[in-house]
Design a protein around this ligand. Structure first.
Ligand code: ARG
Length: 588
C-alpha cells in the first residue's frame, strides 16, 4: 500500500464514524509543507452533505485522529483544512518498502490485457528527420514507457507517412534527373536491381528540390499526382523505386530514433492499409454512413450539439484520391482487426486536433470501434522560435535532427572538458557520455513542458547544464552512484531498514510521492510531471548530501542507513529517468 492511501484510510475511517462518506477522507501531500506534511480538504464537502459547519466537522475528525499514534501535528487551517504529519517511523517504514520493491509501490493500473496502441513519431519517408519530429517522438516514447510501467500492454506504432503525393513528387523529380533508370521503363519485365540507385544523402537533397519545383510549377504537380495514382495502381517500376526509398529512409530513421532512445514495436505505415480502403468505403456506403457530396465521398460527422459548421470527413476526393482521414480511419479498422485494442492514443501535433476529432467521430458513428474502445488525441503544442513563430533555422529552413544532436554532443564535450571530467576517460567512453548528456539536455528541455503548451525552442537552453536541465539531473544521479561505490569500497553496504533524520526527512517525503506522480502521468499522458519529480529528487538529494557527512559518520547503523536512503533515491531517480527515456552515463 502507498502512504497516501494508508493515510486516506485512516482519515476516511474518521469521516465514516461521523456518518460521512469514506471518500471525504482523501489525503494529499500538503500545499504548505511548512505547516504540515499532508492535508485533507474533505471537511467542506462533508459539511454540506451532513448539514454541519465545516470547521466543526474538521474538529470532530481531528478529535478522532488524535488517538492515532502514527499521526502527529494534527490541526485545522482556514475554513476546515485538516493538516497532519506522520511519525518518522511511519515514513521510514514506507521508504524501506519502496526500496525493497523496484515498483516503489506503484500499482498496476490496467484491468485488462487488451493492447493500448500508441501512435507516435509518424515521420514521412523520403524526408530528412528534423526538429519538427522531436516532440512526437520523445513524448510518445515516454508515454509508452509510463503506460507500460503502469501495467498496460503497450504497442507503440510509428505510423509512417509512406504513401501519398510526397512520394509522387520524388518519383517525378527522379525521372527528370535520371530518365534512363529502368524503373521508368514501362516495357521492362525483368527483375529490378536490389541496390538503391540513390542514397539517403541524395534523397535529402532530392525531396526539397522536388517539393519546391512542384509548388512552383502546376504542370509538375499534375505529374506528381499522376505518378502517385500510378503508384497506387501498383505500377511495377514505381513500387520497386518506392521500396528503395522506404529502405533507405527507414535505415536513416532507425539511426535517428536509436540516438534518441526511441524504439517502436510496430513499423506500420499508411501504405499498409491502402488495400483495405476500397473495401471499407464500399461497406460504409452500403450502410449509408458514407454519402456522395458534390462528386466526393464523405462521412457527415456533424452532431446536433455542434454550434458551428462542422466539416465532413472526406474519404474520396472528386478525383477519386484518398485523403489523410481515409487512411487514419482504415488504420483504425486494421488495428481493431489485428490487435483488438482497448485504447488508441495519438501523440500528434495539437494543430491536427480537428482531423482526429473527425476521424474519431466517424469511427464511433460507424461502429468501426465499439463503445468500450477509447480514442485519445494526446496533442502537443508547437515548438516556436524565439520570434514566437514555428521554429525555423536562421537560414529559414528546418534543422535536421542529426545536426541538433551533433551540436549537443559538441557542447557536452566542451562542458565535460571545462569541468575536467574528460580526464582518464577513453575516447569511446567520452563519446558515449557526451551523447547521453546531449540527448538528456535535448529531450528534457522538450519533455519538461506541459505537452499541450507551445514552447520556445531555444538552442542555448537546450545546451545548458545547470538548473532544471537533463544534464544537471544526470550529474546528481552519477554523484549518488559514485557515493554508493565509495561506500562499498570502504565496506559499507546500503542498509535495507533505516530511521528518518532531520537531514533526510524531506527526501523521504518526496520518495513517497512517486506512485501518485506516475498515476497522474499515466492518466493524462504528461511526462512533464515526471520531469518535475526527477528535478525535485536531484535537488533534494543534493541538499541532503551537502548537509550530511555520510561516509565519515561514525555510527555504523546511521551511516549504512543513509547509504540505503541514497540507494533508494538512486533507484527511483533511475526509474524516473527511464520513464522519460533518459540514460545515466557511467560517469560524469
Ligand atoms: N505523418 C503525419 C505528419 O507528418 C503524422 C502522422 C500522425 N499519425 C496519424 N495516425 N495520423 O503530420
Amino acid at each position: 500500500m502507498i502512504l497516501i492511501d494508508y493515510l486516506s484510510d485512516k482519515v476516511g475511517g474518521a469521516f465514516a464514524q461521523l456518518g460521512g462518506d469514506k471518500n471525504f477522507g482523501r489525503v494529499q501531500f500538503s500545499d504548505r509543507p511548512d505547516l504540515a506534511q499532508f492535508q485533507c480538504n474533505g471537511a467542506m464537502a462533508a459539511a454540506k452533505a451532513l448539514g454541519k459547519n465545516p470547521r466543526d466537522i474538521a474538529q470532530m475528525v481531528c478529535d478522532i485522529l488524535a488517538s492515532d499514534v502514527e499521526l502527529i501535528n494534527i490541526n485545522i487551517a482556514g475554513p476546515g483544512f485538516i493538516n497532519m504529519s506522520v511519525t518518522d517511523d511511519v515514513l521510514a517504514r514506507f521508504t524501506c518498502n519502496a526500496f525493497a520493491d523496484l515498483r516503489f509501490g506503484v500499482p498496476h493500473f490496467a484491468d485488462t490485457d487488451r493492447a493500448v496502441v500508441v501512435d507516435y513519431g509518424g515521420p514521412n519517408v523520403a524526408k530528412a528527420m528534423h526538429v519538427g519530429h522531436l516532440r512526437s517522438s520523445v513524448i510518445g516514447e515516454s508515454v509508452c514507457r509510463i503506460l507500460r510501467f503502469a501495467g498496460f500492454n503497450v504497442l507503440g506504432d510509428i505510423h509512417l507517412g509512406d504513401w501519398g503525393t510526397h512520394i509522387g513528387m520524388v518519383i517525378v523529380e527522379m525521372k527528370r534527373r535520371y530518365p534512363t533508370l529502368v524503373y521508368f521503363d514501362e516495357n521492362f519485365v525483368g527483375e529490378y536491381p536490389a541496390e538503391s540507385p540513390i542514397t539517403m544523402a541524395d534523397l535529402e537533397e532530392i525531396y526539397p528540390a522536388a517539393s519546391a519545383a512542384c509548388k512552383a510549377d502546376e504542370a509538375l504537380m499534375t505529374q506528381a499526382h499522376a505518378a502517385t495514382v500510378d503508384l497506387q495502381k501498383k505500377r511495377r517500376g514505381y513500387i520497386a523505386l518506392w521500396r528503395h526509398i522506404m529502405n533507405i529512409s527507414i535505415a536513416s530513421m532507425k539511426k535517428n530514433f536509436a540516438a534518441m532512445n526511441v524504439y517502436f514495436d510496430l513499423w506500420k505505415g499508411e501504405s499498409d492499409v491502402q488495400d483495405i480502403i476500397p473495401v471499407m468505403v464500399d461497406d460504409l456506403r452500403a450502410k449509408d454512413f458514407a454519402v456522395e457530396d458534390q462528386g466526393a465521398v464523405v462521412i457527415p460527422v456533424k452532431q446536433d450539439t455542434d454550434t458551428k459548421e462542422y466539416p465532413p470527413l472526406i474519404l474520396y476526393k472528386r478525383d477519386g484520391a484518398t485523403m489523410y482521414g481515409t487512411t487514419d480511419l482504415a488504420t483504425i479498422v486494421d488495428r481493431v482487426t489485428h490487435y483488438n485494442p482497448q485504447r488508441m492514443v495519438y501523440v500528434v501535433d495539437q494543430r491536427q486536433h480537428l482531423h482526429f476529432d473527425q476521424v474519431f467521430r466517424a469511427a464511433r458513428m460507424t461502429k468501426i470501434v465499439k463503445d468500450d474502445v477509447e480514442l485519445i488525441h494526446a496533442g502537443f503544442g508547437t515548438m516556436n522560435g524565439t520570434d514566437g513563430k514555428p521554429f525555423k533555422t536562421r537560414a529559414g529552413g528546418v534543422m535536421k535532427l542529426e545536426d541538433l544532436f551533433e551540436m549537443g554532443r559538441a557542447k557536452a564535450l566542451e562542458k565535460l572538458h571545462e569541468a575536467e571530467l574528460d580526464k582518464d576517460v577513453d575516447a569511446a567512453e567520452l563519446q558515449d557520455i557526451a551523447h547521453k548528456v546531449a540527448i538528456a539536455a535535448i529531450k528534457f528541455a522538450d519533455l519538461q513542458n506541459n505537452r499541450i503548451a507551445d514552447y520556445v525552442f531555444d538552442l542555448d537552453r537546450l545546451t545548458r547544464f545547470e538548473g532544471k536541465t537533463g544534464p544537471y539531473i544526470l550529474y546528481q544521479a552519477v554523484r549518488i552512484k559514485s557515493l554508493i561505490k565509495k561506500a562499498a569500497a570502504q565496506g559499507d553496504a546500503p542498509a535495507t531498514m533505516w530511521q528518518v533524520t532531520d537531514k533526510d526527512r524531506a527526501l523521504h517525503l518526496l520518495l513517497n510521492r512517486f506512485p501518485q506522480i506516475v498515476s497522474i502521468a499515466a492518466k493524462n499522458y504528461t511526462p512533464h510531471v515526471l520531469c518535475d519529480h526527477a528535478y525535485n529528487l536531484a535537488q533534494e538529494f543534493s541538499a541532503f548530501y551537502s548537509n550530511t557527512h555520510i561516509l565519515s559518520e561514525s555510527d555504523e547503523a546511521q551511516r549504512r542507513g543513509w547509504i540505503g536512503v541514497c540507494q533508494a533515491t538512486y533507484n527511483q531517480l533511475e526509474k524516473t529517468l527511464d520513464l522519460l527515456g533518459l540514460e545515466i552515463p557511467a560517469r560524469m
